[in-house]
Design a protein around this ligand. Structure first.
Ligand code: DC
Length: 230
């Protein structure tokens, strides 16, 4: 069956944790007036739902079924604010941002059944006038036909420092040393997994953001050619 959404433009922003992709993708979406998909939030929501129900991180069948049934809603959100994230009617915006939830998300994300179960849900975000999709495999697996693909990198130390600042702003306590270790572990798990490993798409523009400000990165992304532009 032909993909009726194939003509809706997509800009993908992939990269490791702390590369700035979330902030950059949200700002680019706001500038373009396009929809925004935070795919990592879906993996985090699944990890949180599994934890609440006592589902084991190894039970792929139960986790995949849970992924299909997740009752998720993203409310609001703009250039300055992340959307409120609801799970079965409960505001879990803060709960899904903890480092432990991120680590658990990375574990469930390594399971092929889980990734398959979340695929259609992610593709459903592709609506007019366009979509900016943030994640690990947006350009390689979820939207391989995206017109613009970006892959953001940054040194591990810089990424840990950014994460530390971000968590502090949310009132979440974390030690910088622990963050460096956790980010390294999560990176390895995300990069070496068999399904949809974290890697740039062959046609992605790789940008090292280590010494760039958010605005500089946004400007570079906005300067890339986009399908759908006249
Ligand atoms: O971007 P994030 O930190 O919110 O993502 C949390 C975890 O979810 C990340 O460590 C790996 C997984 N993830 C993924 O495997 N694929 C995606 N497209 C997005 C996130």
């Amino acid at each position: 069956m032909p993909d009726v959404n194939a003509n809706i433009p997509v800009l993908t922003v992939d990269g490791p944790s702390g590369s700035g992709k979330g902030t950059v993708a949200r700002l680019v979406a706001a500038r373009l007036g396009w929809r925004f998909l935070d795919s990592g939030a879906l993996y985090r929501l699944l990890a949180l739902a599994a934890e609440k129900r006592g589902v084991s991180w190894h039970d792929e069948a139960a986790l995949s079924a849970l992924a299909l049934a997740l009752e998720v809603e993203f409310v609001g959100g703009n250039a300055d604010n992340e959307p409120t994230v609801m799970l079965s009617g409960e505001d879990v915006s803060l709960a899904i941002r903890s480092e432990s939830c991120g680590n658990n998300a990375s574990k469930v994300a390594a399971l092929p059944g889980v990734r398959e179960a979340l695929l259609a849900r992610q593709r459903a975000f592709r609506e007019q006038p366009g979509l900016v999709a943030d994640g690990r495999d947006m350009g390689t697996v979820v939207f391989p036909d995206a017109g613009t693909k970006v892959f953001l990198e940054a040194s591990p130390e810089e990424r840990a420092a950014r994460r530390h600042k971000q968590l502090k702003e949310k009132g979440i306590d974390a030690s910088l040393r622990d963050l460096v270790k956790e980010i390294a572990e999560r990176d390895t798990r995300d990069r070496v997994r068999c399904v949809s490993p974290l890697k740039p798409a062959e046609d992605a523009r790789v940008i090292d953001t280590t010494s760039l400000s958010i605005d500089e990165v946004v400007d570079q992304v906005m300067a890339l050619p986009r399908s759908g532009d006249t």
